[in-house]
Unconditional design. Structure first.
Length: 89
């Protein structure tokens, strides 16, 4: 199932399919390692929904919701109850 990072739920993971955007925004995402085929796990979002925390290439990365809208992910693992509990720790 294809989703943007902003649409993902805590505990879901997948592979980056596409990084959209233009200019410095796209370059910034690519420089941070948000590239095609990179494994990505959605950890959590801030209480008001911005920023979002993901784990990509082994490190935690915070993205603005607008940046998350530009990253398409093929979700391969759904969030389950145990994953949501672990994220809260």
């Amino acid at each position: 199932m294809l989703k943007t990072v902003s649409e993902m739920r805590p505990g879901e993971s997948g592979v980056v399919v596409n990084t959209r955007g233009e200019g410095w925004t796209r370059k910034r995402l690519l420089d941070m390692g948000v590239t095609k085929s990179a494994p990505l796990t959605f950890k959590k979002s801030a209480p008001l929904g911005d920023p979002l925390e993901v784990v990509i290439r082994g490190y935690a990365l915070s993205l603005r919701r607008k940046e998350g809208d530009l990253v398409d992910v093929e979700v391969t693992a759904k969030a389950d109850k145990s994953a949501k509990e672990e994220v809260g720790k």
